[in-house]
Design a protein around this ligand. Sequence first.
Ligand SMILES: O=C(O)CCC(=O)C(=O)O
Ligand SMILES: [Fe+2]
Length: 333
Amino acid sequence: MLRHKRTQETLCAANRCAYSVPMSFLSNTLDSVLKRIRRHPLYYGRYNNTLPFKENRAFVRYAKACATSYASEHGDQHLPPSPLLTNGGQLVQGIFPAEKALAYSRKIDDLIARNDPCVDRPKKVEHLTALIKDPLHSLGMDLLDALKSPVADQALRSFFRGYYRVKWVVCYRSLPAQQVTSSWLWHSDSFPPHTCKMFLHLSESTADSGAMELMTLEDTMAYRRAGYFGQFADERYAGLEDFAKAHKLPYRPFHFDAKPGDGTIFDMNFFHRAVPPRPGHFRDVVQFYFLPSSIPWEKQLELDGVANLTSQGGYPKDPRPGASQTSSQSTMM
Ligand SMILES: O=C(O)CCC(=O)C(=O)O
Ligand SMILES: [Fe+2]
């Protein structure tokens, strides 16, 4: 009740002001105050993003509840600390049979060659990527086997300190191109904390074939403190060498060399950028996005059905299964 009354009073006050101060001025002022708060080191240092507090709190609380119930179920089963926390990324080798991964990469050749309806060339990045829609159906359901590999499962459990679930699965081929934009610029996805992504590599991923570059936590935070956020499209830079020089920062991005069938797990809130393959090369990945869960991902998938994994991109504002719609923020574009 009290809460309702305060909302009413706030609205009345805002209406009274409408005669003298335009609403757009008030909302712009509020936006810029919130932006300043979320770009304060105490805020992004805690959440590693600049999302609204309500969303961050929902994820932190839910992740903690899931980890607590996992710990009480499993006693003191040892989960090593996840390297993602400081490195931002981790290579998990041999999580899927190499031959099968290569066969899927050849299938992508075919789908692109015959301009299959499942191949999409998203606007603005059509020169950089070919998206394979609904990969679990257009390629195969056994892509999920990557998550059954003990190496991937253990790495994900270490990151979540318990169970996790798959929110969506996408697949794309990266193409050689000069003109970079969106995810090919240095950025942080600004997704909720306690969530991560994983590439299943269907083709080799090296400096030649366009391996994603990443920065550590230490460097990500140092660049933010110097004023680089790379959140919105118009504030992302293609290269950070000049910024690094101007602000006396180290410039030491890294990548993992991956073979077909390997995985790269990464925290998409650390600075990273897609790198276009050199001419004559390409890189095929299936990408999974994970959220904390109180039950194993297979059980959650049985409840939800695979159809739910096809809605690509974004994150829910509330991490509980079925609690909220996916936000409008896109996956990687
Ligand atoms: O494709 C890549 O190398 C980077 C993708 C990316 O930025 C992301 O998934 O957040
Ligand atoms: Fe990204």
